[in-house]
Design a protein around this ligand. Structure first.
Ligand SMILES: Nc1ncnc2c1ncn2[C@@H]1O[C@H](COP(=O)(O)OP(=O)(O)O)[C@@H](O)[C@H]1O
Ligand SMILES: O=C(CO)[C@@H](O)[C@H](O)COP(=O)(O)O
Length: 532
C-alpha cells in the first residue's frame, strides 16, 4: 500500500496510569511520542496508579474528568513541541478494557457544539452522570455476576455467548451495580461508553460506537453474531441497548474529526477517526502478532494473549473478537497483580531501585533453590484468590524469604502462573514459539530473561514500549483502506519486525519442569484455602 510519507497517523492509549500517544508516518516510522502521567501531572485528582481504591478495597474507580483533562494536556504538549497536526490523515486509539463512562442526558449535543476557545475539561464538566468510572481493577460485583450466570443458564452458557463467564470487572456487571445502587444516575445516563469509545467520542464530537473487540469484554455481546445478546441485556439493566448503541467492527471509520480539534490544533478538515479498541487488542496490532506467537504484556495488569481461529470459550480466560482480522479471535488471560506488586517488592527488597531489583535477578539461582512465592496483593483474577503465600522446596509454608529470594520468587511465580494457565487452556509452547513482550516492565531485560527461562522460548520486543499506541497508529492507517479490501497484515508489511531480546538459559527448562507442576498444585491449595 502506498501511503504518503508526508502523512501522519496517530494512536492514543488511555491506560490505567497514563495517557500516551504515538505518531507514525506513511512508512510506519515513529515520528513523535508523548505521555501524561495521571498521578504526577494531574495531582488535583488524587489518584494512586491512576485509580482510587475505595474503603471496601474491592471498588476501584478513576475520575472521568481526569481522562478528559489528560487529553487537553497531551494535545497541548504536542502543540508546544511543534507537532504538525495538519499532516494527520487519521487517528485511532485504545483504552484500558472494561471500564465504563456514563454520559449525562444532553451531552451528545454538548459534544457537537464544542467551542474551540475552551478546553474539553471546561466544556464537559457537567457531562457525566457518574463522575467516578468503575475500572478493570474493580472486583465489587460478585452479586451481579452470580445473578447474570443464574439468569442466562450458568457460567459456561455465559462464556459460550459472550466469550467469558461473568467477571466482576466486565462492564455489564458494573452497569448492573450502578443501576441497582444509583438508579437515578442510570436514569440520567444518555449513553454508556467503554474507556475506548469514550475517548473516541472526544475526537469525534458525538458518541462513538463500541468496537467488537473491546465490546467482547462486557459480558453483553454475542462474540459470534457480534450483536448485543438479549439474554445478557435483560439480566443487566432496562433500556440498555439504546444506551450502548450498535457495536461496529474495529477498523470502521467512525467519521470525521470534530471541527473543535480542527480549529484548536490545526488538524485537516478531512482527518478521520477510526474506531478505538481495548489496550490488549491494540497491542496485538502493534506487535503484529501472528498465529503461534504468545504475547505477554507487563503493564499495570499482566496479560497473556494469543491469536486464535477456532474459539472454544471456557470458564477460565477470555475470548475477544480479533481487532485486525474479522473472522479471527484472540484469547486472553489477565492477572491483576502485575507491575504494582513488582513495585511493592522493589520498594521493600531493593530500596526502590529497578537496577538493584535487576541485579538480584542476575545473581540469584534459576529456580530459587526450590522456593516458590504467590503474591496476590489484591484479589487476583486468575485465579480468584488473595494474599501472599510462600513455600520452601518441601512445599512447607514459610513466613518469609530473604530480600533476594523474595525478588526472584515474585518474578518466577508470576511467570510460572502465566505458563501454567496458558497450558491449562490448551496453548502449547512448541519449538518455534515466539514470546512477544510489551508494557512498561518489558524494558527490563532481567525480567525478560526469567520470562524466557520459564517459557523455554525466545522473547522478542518492539522498539516502542507502548505497543497499544503503536498498534492504533497502524490501525488508523489501515482503517482508511480497510473498505477497499486491504488487510491489516498487508497495510503494515513495512513495519519493523520485533527484535530478539533474550533466549532461554541452557538447562533452565529442566529446572522449571518440576516447578511448573509444583506451582500448579500450590496455587490450587491456595485457591481452596481462600474459598473456606
Ligand atoms: N525498568 C523497569 N523494570 C520493571 N518495571 C518497570 C520498569 N520501568 C517501568 N516499569 C513498570 O511499568 C509500569 C507501567 O507500565 P505501562 O505498560 O506503561 O502501564 P499502563 O499501560 O497500564 O499504564 C509501571 O507501573 C512500572 O512498574
Ligand atoms: O482487564 C484487563 C484485560 O482484561 C486489563 O489488561 C486492562 O485492559 C488494563 O490494562 P493495562 O492498563 O494494565 O495495560
Amino acid at each position: 500500500m502506498a501511503a504518503s510519507t508526508d502523512s501522519f497517523y496517530l494512536g492514543f492509549d488511555f491506560s490505567t496510569q497514563q495517557l500516551k500517544v504515538v505518531a507514525v508516518d506513511g512508512n510506519l516510522r515513529v515520528v513523535h511520542q508523548d505521555n501524561v502521567q495521571f498521578d504526577s501531572e494531574l495531582p488535583e485528582f488524587g489518584t494512586r496508579g491512576g485509580v482510587h481504591i475505595h474503603a471496601d478495597s474491592l471498588t476501584v474507580t478513576s475520575p472521568v474528568l481526569m481522562w478528559v483533562k489528560a487529553l487537553d494536556l497531551i494535545l497541548g504538549k504536542m502543540k508546544n513541541a511543534g507537532f504538525d497536526f495538519s499532516r494527520v490523515k487519521a487517528l485511532s486509539g485504545s483504552g484500558q478494557q472494561h471500564g465504563s463512562v456514563y454520559w449525562r442526558k444532553g451531552t451528545n449535543q454538548v459534544l457537537r457544539d464544542l467551542h474551540p476557545g475552551k478546553s474539553l475539561h471546561e466544556l464537559l464538566k457537567g457531562g457525566f452522570a457518574v463522575s467516578d468510572s468503575p475500572v478493570w481493577m474493580d472486583s465489587s460485583t460478585t452479586e451481579q455476576c452470580q445473578y447474570l450466570e443464574t439468569a442466562v443458564g450458568g457460567a459456561q452458557r455465559v462464556a459460550d455467548i459472550t466469550g467469558s463467564r461473568a467477571y466482576e470487572r466486565f462492564t455489564g456487571n458494573q452497569i448492573a451495580k450502578i443501576y441497582k445502587a444509583q438508579p437515578e444516575k442510570y436514569e440520567d445516563t444518555e449513553r454508556i461508553s467503554l474507556v475506548s469509545s469514550f475517548a473516541a467520542s472526544l475526537f469525534l464530537g458525538s458518541y462513538a460506537a463500541i468496537d467488537y473487540s473491546d465490546g467482547s469484554g462486557m459480558n453483553l455481546m454475542d462474540i459470534f453474531s457480534k450483536q448485543w445478546a438479549d439474554s445478557c441485556l435483560e439480566a443487566t439493566a432496562p433500556h440498555l441497548e439504546e444506551r450502548l448503541g450498535a457495536p461496529v467492527h474495529s477498523s470502521a471509520v467512525l467519521g470525521l474529526l470534530s471541527p473543535y480539534h480542527v480549529t484548536r490544533y490545526g488538524f485537516p478538515e478531512d482527518c478521520k477517526v477510526v474506531a478505538f479498541t481495548g489496550d490488549n487488542p491494540g497491542s496485538l496490532a502493534g506487535m503484529r502478532l501472528q498465529e503461534g506467537d504468545i504475547a505477554v504484556s507487563l503493564g499495570t495488569s499482566d496479560t497473556v494473549f494469543l491469536w486464535i481461529k477456532e474459539p472454544r470459550p471456557t470458564v477460565e480466560g477470555h475470548i475477544f473478537c480479533n481487532p485486525v482480522d474479522r473472522p479471527s479471535y484472540m484469547a486472553l488471560i489477565c492477572y491483576k497483580n502485575g507491575s504494582l506488586t513488582r513495585e511493592r517488592i522493589r520498594n521493600k527488597c531493593a530500596g526502590g531501585s529497578w537496577e538493584v531489583f535487576s541485579s538480584v535477578l542476575r545473581t540469584t539461582p534459576i529456580g530459587n533453590d526450590g522456593n516458590i512465592g504467590i503474591y496476590f496483593d489484591a484479589m487476583e483474577i486468575t485465579p480468584s484468590a488473595v494474599g501472599v503465600h510462600r513455600f520452601d522446596k518441601e512445599n512447607t509454608k514459610v513466613a518469609g524469604f530473604s530480600a533476594q529470594g523474595e525478588i526472584r520468587a515474585l518474578v518466577e511465580g508470576q511467570f510460572l502462573a502465566k505458563r501454567v494457565h496458558a497450558e491449562k487452556l490448551g496453548y502449547k509452547i512448541i519449538p518455534g514459539t515466539r514470546v512477544l513482550a510489551t508494557g512498561g516492565a518489558s524494558s527490563n531485560k532481567d525480567i525478560l530473561q526469567v520470562l524466557s527461562d520459564v517459557f523455554d522460548a525466545p522473547v522478542y520486543t518492539i522498539d516502542v514500549a507502548n505497543s497499544a499506541c503503536l498498534g492504533c497508529g497502524y490501525r488508523a492507517l489501515q482503517g482508511l483502506v480497510a473498505e477497499s479490501g486491504v488487510s491489516f497484515a498487508e497495510a503494515v508489511r513495512k513495519a519493523p519486525e520485533p527484535q530478539l531480546a533474550v533466549t532461554p538459559t541452557p538447562g533452565a527448562d529442566k529446572v522449571f519442569a518440576p516447578l511448573l507442576r509444583r506451582y500448579a498444585e500450590l496455587e490450587e491449595t491456595v485457591l481452596q484455602e481462600s474459598k473456606q
